[in-house]
Design a protein around this ligand. Structure first.
Ligand SMILES: *Cc1c(COP(=O)(O)O)cnc(C)c1O
Length: 416
C-alpha cells in the first residue's frame, strides 16, 4: 500500500506491521520453514515453498514499498548485487546500457562482463553531464555525436596509461549505436558523488523506449524517491543504510510496473537469488530507525565536510552539501538531503591516504558503508574500481557517533 498522507520517517516505523488484533504481535514473526502445507494447485499468492515467497519477506517488502512510494511490494534479494543482476536481466540481448563511469565497482564489473560476452553493449558516461548523457541515450548514429569523446574522459593524472588502455578497451566495443535499452543511475555515484538530473534523464530515456534503473543505496528513500522522478526500477543494497548495522548482506528491487515486477520476481525464483528469512527480519528491525540514523549521519557528514575544506592535510573534499561542490545545486533541487558519504583526498597521494586510514582510531578501516559506525577506505585499493577515480580518494561513510569525536580522530590522522 502507498500512504501519501504519511512521511517516510513515519512509514519507516509503521509499515510492514502485522494487523492490529487483540493479542497479536506488534512485529512480524521470523518464520523458519522451507516449505508450507499445500495440496492441490496453490492459489495465486498462497505460500508453498520458500524460494518463491515467505511471510517474513512480505513484511520488509511492504515497508520498503511504502518508503519508495510504490503500491507494489518490493522484492527482497540475497544481496544488492543479486538485485542489480536481476535489473540487468531486463535488457534485451545486445541492448545498449548507458551507465555512469563511476558506478558501484561490482555493478560496473557485471556490465563489463555482460558486454564482453555480447549480452549487452555498454556506454559509460559522466552522469552529471546531462547533455552528454542524453546524446548517449539517443545514440551517436542519431545525433552525430561521438559518444566516446563525451564518455571516455579520464580526468585524473594518477591514471596510468596501462590502466587507461584497459579501461577504454570495453568502451571501444560500443560499436553500432542506436537508442539505449537501459539507463543506469546512482543517487549519487559511488564513490565520486556525481548527481544526476534524474527527471530530465528519465524523460530522455523514455522518449527512446529505454528503461531507467536507479541504485538508491547512497541516498535512501528518506532523501530521494526515484520512482517519483520517472525511474522504472529502484535497486538497493539493503546491506547499507536500510539495515544500517553492518550485520546483514541483503538487496531489494522496487517498481510500480506489474510486468517489470513479474519479470524481476521470476528472475529471483529461477536464479535462486533469494534472501534468507533471518537477514530479512534483521533488516526490518534496522529499518525502523533509518530516519534517525540518516538524519544524524547526514548532519555529521555535512559538518565534517565543511571543516575538512581548508584543512592543511587535505587536497580536495567532495560532498554535495558544500556550496562549491559540482553536485550541490542539483542535489539541493532534487533531493531532501545530501547523504552521508564524503570523498576526501588527503595530502601525500595514495601513500598519504593509506597512512590516514592506518592512523585513525575511532573510524573503522573497512569497506562497505551505511552502518551506525563511521568507516573509511581508499577505494583504488580495489582493482575493480574505475581508474578515473583518483588513486588517493578516501571514501568516508559517516556514522552516527558524536561529531566532535569523529572530527578529533580524523584531524589527528590528517595532521600526523
Ligand atoms: C554495496 C553496494 C552495492 C552492492 O550491494 P551488496 O549488498 O554488497 O551486494 C550496490 N550499489 C551500491 C551503491 C553499493 O554501495
Amino acid at each position: 500500500m502507498s500512504h501519501p498522507d504519511l512521511s517516510p520517517a513515519t512509514l519507516a516505523v509503521t509499515a510492514g506491521r502485522p494487523p492490529r488484533v487483540q493479542g497479536g504481535p506488534v512485529n512480524p514473526p521470523l518464520v523458519l520453514s522451507s516449505t508450507y502445507v499445500s495440496t492441490g494447485t496453490p492459489a495465486a499468492g498462497e505460500l508453498f515453498y520458500t524460494r518463491n515467497d515467505t511471510e517474513t519477506w512480505r513484511a520488509l517488502e511492504a515497508a520498503l514499498a511504502a518508503l519508495e512510494g510504490t503500491a507494489l511490494p518490493a522484492l527482497g534479494f540475497a544481496s544488492g548485487m543479486a538485485a542489480i543482476a536481476a535489473a540487468f536481466s531486463l535488457v534485451p540481448r545486445g541492448g545498449r546500457v548507458v551507465m555512469p563511469e563511476h558506478s558501484y565497482g561490482v555493478a560496473l564489473g557485471l556490465a563489463h562482463e555482460l558486454a564482453t560476452v555480447g549480452d549487452i553493449r555498454l556506454t559509460l558516461v559522466d552522469i552529471a553531464d546531462t547533455e552528454a548523457v542524453v546524446a548517449a541515450i539517443v545514440g551517436a548514429a542519431a545525433t552525430g555525436h561521438d559518444e566516446r569523446a563525451t564518455a571516455a574522459v579520464a580526468h585524473d593524472d594518477h591514471v596510468s596509461a596501462a590502466d587507461r588502455a584497459e579501461h577504454d578497451e570495453p568502451r571501444n566495443r560500443r560499436s553500432d549505436d542506436g537508442p539505449a535499452a537501459l539507463l543506469w543511475i546512482e543517487t549519487p555515484t559511488n564513490p565520486m558523488l556525481e548527481v544526476a538530473d534524474t527527471p530530465a534523464l528519465a524523460a530522455a530515456a523514455h522518449a527512446v523506449g529505454a528503461l531507467v534503473v536507479a541504485d538508491n543505496t547512497f541516498a535512501t528513500p528518506l532523501v530521494v524517491r526515484p520512482l517519483e522522478q520517472g525511474v522504472d526500477v529502484v535497486v538497493h543494497s539493503v546491506t547499507k543504510y536500510l539495515a544500517g548495522h553492518s550485520d546483514v548482506v541483503l538487496g531489494a528491487a522496487l517498481t510500480s510496473d506489474d510486468g517489470l515486477r513479474a519479470r524481476l520476481a521470476s528472475y529471483r525464483t529461477v536464479h535462486g537469488a533469494i534472501p534468507g528469512p533471518f537477514e530479512v527480519w534483521l533488516a526490518l528491525r534496522g529499518l525502523r530507525t533509518v530516519a534517525l540514523r540518516v538524519e544524524r549521519s547526514q548532519a555529521n557528514a555535512a559538518e565534517l565536510a565543511a571543516r575538512l575544506v581548508g584543512h592543511p592535510g587535505v587536497v580536495e573534499v567532495r560532498h554535495p552539501s558544500l556550496p562549491s561542490d559540482p553536485g550541490h545545486e542539483r542535489a539541493a533541487r532534487l533531493m531532501d538531503g545530501f547523504g552521508s558519504i564524503v570523498g576526501l583526498r588527503p595530502a601525500g597521494g595514495a601513500a598519504g591516504a593509506d597512512a590516514v586510514v592506518d592512523r585513525v582510531r575511532l573510524w573503522l578501516p573497512a569497506t562497505s558503508l551505511g552502518g551506525v559506525e563511521s568507516s573509511l577506505e581508499r577505494r583504488r585499493r580495489f582493482a575493480t574500481e574505475s581508474p578515473t577515480v583518483p588513486d588517493d580518494l578516501i571514501r568516508l561513510s559517516v556514522g552516527i557517533e558524536d561529531v566532535e569525536d569523529l572530527w578529533r580522530d580524523l584531524d589527528q590522522a590528517l595532521r600526523s
